[in-house]
Design a protein. Structure first.
Lengths: 361, 481
C-alpha cells in the first residue's frame, strides 16, 4: 500500500525501540536500586507495557486509517488533543537527548578518545533529518534490511556472555514496595509503543499478520530480559559499576581473545540501533509538530527539531549525570503517563467507538 | 495519360537528398513506358536488387501494368504502395522507390541491408556453461534472437521510431499474459514521450525511461545476451530493443539483478548461492573497505588486534601524507591507471601494468610515499568492485564518499553513510517495484532467487516484485491435473 508500512516493519520498528535506553545504562541503574530484582521489575514493566499491543491493534481495527490526532480531537476536543501532543513532543525530545547522551558517553569512552561533539552531530543530525523528510516507508524498509544485522549483533553479545563465568543472580532481595517503586522510577525508559500509536494511520493493517507485531514485541522483551539476566550473572554485585551493559557482556571473554577485540560487534550494533531510534524520534517529533500546527512544512518541523535538539544537547552533554538523575527524579510521571495511562485512555476511546458502531449496525 | 515524369522525379529526390554520393537511380524505358528506381546504394542489398528487381524488369516482355509489377514481376518479400510524402523516409530506410509514367501509384520495395556482425559472445557477459549468443546492432536480428526463444503468441513486439534526426527503430517486447498492464502502459507512454534528435545507443534513451534520472543509481537494466533478456521477459518485465545497439534495456530493474549472473542458472544452485554471497561480500568490501580502514587507522586504532596495529604502525611510520591523504592518493593512482588501461591499445596494456604495479606501486612503497596496507586495501576494494561490473561507476563514486566519511567521522560516519545510502535506495521505485526488493521490503516468495537461491524446481512462482498478471510460472489447467 502506498506510503504505508507493513505489519512486519511495524514490528521491527517496535523491537528497535524496545532496545532504546535499555541496553547500556539501565541495567546498572536498576541494579543499583533493586539489585537482582531488577529483572523482576523489568518483567513487570514489560507485562504492563505489553497491554499496549492488543490496544494498538484494536485501535487500528476500530479507526482504520484515521490519525491518532484526529481520534483524540474527536473524543477529547481539539485543545486536549493539542495538549497531549505537546506532552508527546516533550517526551520524544527528552528521550532523544537521553538516548543520545548515553550513547555519546559510551562512544567517547570506547572508540573516540577525545571530545567528538561535532563528529556525533555531523553523523547523526543529517541522517535523522533525511530519514524524516524521506518519510516513514523508506525508514521502515531500511530498518527491515538492517534488522538481521542488529539481531545477529545482539545475539552475538549474549552468546559470548554465556561463555564467561556466570553465577545465578540473587532474586527477591529487595522488598515488593521497592520493586514497584522501581517501575515508577524507571518508567521514562519505557513507553515506546507511543510511537506506533502516533504512526497508526501509516500501518498497512492485516488481521492475519497481527501475530507479527506480537512476535517482534515479545522477541524484543526476551532479548532485553536475557541481557539483564546475563549481565547480572556476569558481574554480580559489581553490576552497578558497569554502565555499558551490552558492550560489557563481551569483556573478559578470554576464550575469544584470539579473534581480537570483540566489542566492535557491540559498537556496530549500538550504532545501528541508536541511529534508527534517533530517526524515529525525529520523525515522531516532526509529525507531532505538524499535527499541532497543520500548516507547517515538514522541512520547518525538522529545523525546529534540530534547534531544540542542539540546545538541549549542548546543555546536557557536559552534565550527563544531571540528565540521568533528572530522568529518575522528575520525569517518571511523564513516563508513567505515556507508557501505562495513555494506552488505557486509548483503550477506553476505542471501546466507546466500537459500542457506537455496534449500536448503529 | 502520363502520371509521373520519371526523370524529373529522379532529379527532385536527388536534390532532396542533397546530391548524396550514395544516391542512385535507374530508368527503364520500353516503348512509351518509363519506370524509375530511386534508392541509396549504401543501405540496400545490391545483389538482391539485381536479381529480384532489375532482371525481371529487363526480361519482362509484355506491356507493364502497375498491379502486375507489384504482385508478379518484382520477386521481393515486401513490396508495398506508399504515399509521396513518405518517399524520403522510405528511401532512408533502405527501400527502392518506383515511379512510373503509367500509374499514380508509388511502390516501395524493401531491400534494406547493412553490414552486421554475427551474434557472438559479448565480452561483458562471458559464461562457462550456457548459451553464448549475444545481441548485435541490428534490431531485426535481435528480435529474431528473442523470437527464437519465445515461440508463443503471447509475445508482443510493439515498434516505434525515436529520434527526430536518427529515426531509430525501437521495439518494446513483453508477454501479454504476464507483464503488468500498468507497467506496459507506463513504459509505452514514456517511450512515446521521448523527444531527442538522435539515439546512438540504447543508453541514450535510458535516462528518459528512469523515474529519477538525476539519481546515481540506474533504474533500468541492460543485457547483451538474449537468454538473459528472455528470462526477464518471462518474469513479467518489458524489454526495449533499440536499433544500432547491442544492449537491450529491461524494465523494471532492481538492484539484486546485478548480483545475479546468467552463469548462476546453468550451475548447481548451492554453488550459485555461494557465489552470490561472495559477490555481496565483494560489493561491501568495494564500498566500505577504504573508508573503514581509514576510520580504524585514524580514530579507532585501539580496536585493531595488537599485531595488526604494530604492522600498520611499522609501515606507516615516516610517511609524508596523513592516512586520509595517503588513501586518496593511492585511490587516485589506481583510477588513473584504470582510465589509461581502458584507452590504451591492448599491445600497450602489459607496459601499463608494469609501470603501474612495479614502478608506481613498488617504488612508491620503497620511497616511503605510500604504505603496503594502504595499497592492499585500495587494491582489494578496486578488484572487489568488478565482482559486480555493472555497478562499477556507482561504486567508484561511493568509494570516494565513504573515504571522506571514514576519514572525517570515523566508524560513526561510515555507519551513518551506509544507513543514509540504504534509506536513499529505499526511496527509489523502478516502475512501482521497490529497488531493494525482495529484501526491503521483504517479499518472501521472491527470496527463492535472491542471494540464497533455491533449486529451479522450487522456483515455480513468478517474482511478485514486478506484480505480474499471473502468479505461477506454469498454470496447470484443471482437466490436466
Amino acid at each position: 500500500m502506498k506510503n504505508k508500512i507493513s505489519m512486519r516493519q511495524a514490528g521491527i520498528l517496535i523491537l528497535i525501540l524496545i532496545f532504546s535506553n535499555k541496553v547500556l545504562l539501565l541495567p546498572a541503574l536498576m541494579f543499583d536500586y533493586v539489585k537482582g530484582d531488577a529483572v523482576i521489575s523489568l518483567i513487570l514493566i514489560f507485562a504492563l507495557e505489553f497491554i499496549s499491543v492488543p490496544i494498538l491493534l484494536k485501535l487500528k481495527q476500530t479507526f482504520q486509517d484515521q490519525k491518532l490526532y484526529d481520534i483524540l480531537q474527536k473524543y477529547l476536543t481539539k485543545y486536549v488533543a493539542k495538549v497531549l501532543y505537546v506532552i508527546f513532543l516533550i517526551f520524544i525530545m527528552l528521550k532523544a537527548i537521553l538516548t543520545f547522551s548515553i550513547v555519546y558517553v559510551y562512544f567517547k569512552q570506547q572508540i573516540y578518545q577525545e571530545e567528538f561533539v561535532s563528529i556525533a552531530l555531523i553523523a547523526f543530525l543529517p541522517i535523522m533529518n533525511h530519514a524524516t523528510i524521506s518519510g516513514l516507508k523508506p525508514m521502515a524498509r531500511t530498518m527491515e534490511l538492517f534488522f538481521f544485522v542488529i539481531l545477529c549483533g545482539f545475539l552475538f553479545c549474549l552468546g559470548i556472555a554465556v561463555y564467561t563465568p556466570l553465577s545465578v543472580p540473587d532474586f527477591f532481595v529487595a522488598s515488593a514496595g521497592k520493586i514497584f517503586n522501581s517501575i515508577y522510577r524507571y518508567a521514562f525508559a519505557f513507553g515506546d509503543f507511543i510511537f506506533l500509536f502516533m504512526m497508526i494511520e501509516k500501518i498497512d493493517y492485516k488481521k492475519s499478520e497481527e501475530k507479527k507485531i506480537y512476535f517482534y514485541a515479545i522477541l524484543g522483551y526476551v532479548l532485553v530480559i536475557l541481557l539483564f539476566v546475563l549481565f547480572y550473572a556476569k558481574y554480580e554485585m559489581t553490576s552497578f559499576m558497569h554502565n555499558d551493559a551490552l558492550a560489557d557482556l563481551l569483556a573478559y571473554s578470554v576464550r575469544f581473545n584470539a579473534i581480537g577485540r570483540l566489542d566492535i560487534i557491540a559498537i556496530l550494533t549500538l550504532l545501528f540501533t541508536t541511529i534508527f531510534q534517533m530517526e524515529i524520534f525525529c520523525y515522531a517529533f516532526c509529525d507531532s509538530l505538524i499535527n499541532i500546527f497543520p500548516l507547517m512544512d515538514k522541512r520547518y518541523s525538522v529545523a525546529i527539531f534540530d534547534v531544540f535538539f542542539l540546545i538541549l544537547y549542548y546543555v546536557f552533554i557536559g552534565n550527563y549525570e544531571i540528565m540521568v538523575d533528572a530522568t529518575v527524579t522528575y520525569f517518571p510521571p511523564l513516563g508513567i503517563f505515556i507508557a501505562f495511562v495513555f494506552p488505557i485512555l486509548i483503550w477506553i476511546i476505542s471501546r466507546i467507538e466500537r459500542r457506537k458502531n455496534e449500536k448503529t449496525t | 495519360m502520363s502520371y509521373f515524369n520519371v526523370e524529373e522525379k529522379v532529379e527532385e529526390y536527388k536534390k532532396l537528398l542533397n546530391d548524396s554520393v550514395d544516391f542512385s537511380s535507374r530508368i527503364y524505358k520500353k516503348d512509351d513506358q518509363e519506370v524509375s528506381l530511386i534508392f541509396l546504394k549504401s543501405i540496400i542489398d545490391q545483389e538482391l536488387l539485381s536479381n529480384a528487381v532489375f532482371l525481371p524488369l529487363q526480361t519482362y516482355e509484355k506491356p507493364l501494368d502497375i498491379d502486375n509489377l507489384q504482385n508478379k514481376i518484382l520477386k521481393c518479400a515486401e513490396v508495398k504502395e506508399i504515399k509521396e510524402e513518405k518517399v524520403i523516409d522510405e528511401i532512408l530506410n533502405g527501400r527502392v522507390i518506383i515511379f512510373t509514367n503509367f500509374s499514380d501509384k508509388i511502390i516501395a520495395i524493401d531491400l534494406f541491408k547493412f553490414p552486421t556482425r554475427v551474434p557472438t559472445e559479448p565480452p561483458t557477459s562471458p559464461v562457462i556453461q550456457g548459451p553464448r549468443e549475444g545481441f548485435v546492432e541490428d534490431i531485426q536480428t535481435n528480435i529474431t534472437l528473442i523470437r527464437r526463444r519465445l515461440k508463443t503468441d503471447n509475445l508482443v513486439i510493439k515498434s516505434m521510431e525515436i529520434g527526430t534526426e536518427s529515426k531509430n527503430k525501437v521495439a518494446m517486447c513483453y508477454l501479454k499474459d504476464v507483464a503488468n498492464d500498468d507497467l506496459v502502459d507506463k513504459v509505452y507512454k514514456k517511450l512515446k514521450s521521448i523527444v531527442i534528435n538522435g539515439v546512438v545507443d540504447s543508453y541514450y534513451i535510458l535516462s528518459f525511461l528512469e523515474e529519477r534520472p538525476d539519481s546515481l543509481f540506474k533504474q533500468v537494466g541492460g543485457a547483451e545476451k538474449p537468454d538473459i533478456v528472455v528470462s526477464k521477459i518471462l518474469e513479467g518485465k518489458v524489454a526495449i530493443i533499440v536499433d544500432n545497439s547491442p544492449i537491450v534495456l529491461t524494465i523494471p530493474f532492481i538492484i539484486i539483478e546485478d548480483l545475479q549472473n546468467s552463469n548462476d542458472y546453468y550451475t548447481n544452485h548451492h554453488y550459485s548461492s555461494l557465489i552470490r554471497i561472495m559477490r555481496l561480500i565483494g560489493l561491501l568490501i568495494a564500498i566500505l573497505a577504504p573508508g573503514s580502514y581509514l576510520a580504524l587507522q585514524i580514530y579507532h586504532y585501539n580496536i585493531l588486534p595488537l599485531n595488526f596495529l604494530i604492522t600498520i604502525a611499522d609501515t606507516t611510520l615516516g610517511l609524508p601524507f596523513t592516512p586520509f591523504l595517503e588513501i586518496l592518493f593511492i585511490f587516485l593512482l589506481f583510477q588513473i591507471l584504470y582510465e589509461v588501461s581502458l584507452r590504451l591499445p591492448s599491445y600497450l596494456g602489459l607496459a601499463t601494468s608494469v609501470v603501474g604495479a612495479l614502478i608506481l606501486g613498488d617504488t612508491g612503497i620503497k620511497a616511503g610515499l605510500i604504505s603496503p596496507p594502504g595499497v592492499i586495501i585500495v587494491a582489494l576494494s578496486k578488484i572487489a568492485l568488478y565482482t559486480i561490473p555493472e555497478q562499477a561507476s556507482q561504486i567508484t563514486v561511493l568509494q570516494v564518499v565513504f573515504i571522506i566519511l571514514g576519514g572525517a567521522l570515523g566508524v560513526m560516519g561510515v555507519t551513518a553513510g551506509l544507513i543514509y545510502l540504504v534509506n536513499y535506495l529505499n526511496k527509489i521505485d523502478s516502475y512501482g517495484t521497490p529497488y531493494l526488493a525482495p529484501y526491503s521490503p521483504r517479499i518472501p516468495a521472491d527470496l527463492k532467487d535472491a542471494i540464497i537461491t533455491s533449486a529451479p524446481t522450487q522456483m515455480d512462482e513468478l517474482p511478485k516484485s514486478f506484480s505480474p498478471k499471473k502468479s505461477k510460472k506454469v498454470e496447470v489447467k484443471k482437466d490436466e491435473e
